[in-house]
Write a protein that binds this ligand. Sequence first.
Ligand code: APR
Length: 217
Amino acid sequence: MPLHLDKIPTLRELYTRGVLKPAKVAPRHAPRAALLDRVSLFQGDITTLDIDCIVNAANRSLLGGGGVDGAIHAAAGPSLLEECRKLNGCETGDAKITGGHDLPARHIIHTVGPIYSSYKKEEKAEQLASCYKTSLQLVVASSLKHVAFPSVSTGIYGYPIKDATHIALNVARGYLDTPEGDKLDRTIFVVWSDADKLVYESLLPHYFPSEDEGDTV
Ligand code: APR
């Protein structure tokens, strides 16, 4: 059953319901009321979202796999694979766009996250940040208004969820604070597990504080 945008809670709704609570320490970013209506957290299957674009956590071949990649290809149907074959793969940290095929979403942005390694933390962090940045740039360049991200690299690719979530939220807040980012109506973070949901709920107030936060330093 496709899920429409108006059924996906905004941060403002989640603060109002008490699901999100103000950060206990000074947030890393100043409150910006408009963003509370333009960012969402959603727990569930990203393939059900009836929005402009969902992001796939793909591999460099772009020819499908397990995890969310497997779910997206299964729901989008074989015509997605046919289109992906023409893309000649994708480098880690980069992103490419296809149609949504049999999905409710109109488009899919395929990004390739890093395979985590504690020996190359800096490089892996830069690559993961690039996944979010290039995907957001591609959404705006494609004149799309809403995008949903899974938690890239935190499944099969083993990226620690808390470190990955800091990167995702920091890049998203930075981009949404630019004139380009202002063109996006909704950025949705999709979580699958309860554990991941708790991490996003604890970190979102540091990057997207509610209006009645204490003074930020
Ligand atoms: N909807 C939303 N999120 C999902 C779904 C779904 N249907 N299925 C899985 N997830 C979540 C996982 O729980 C995890 O939090 O997506 C996140 C990303 O996990 P993976 O799909 O394993 O992706 P990643 O860690 O980036 O590894 C990519 O796995 O599937 C292969 O081909 C893919 O080789 C690539 C690698």
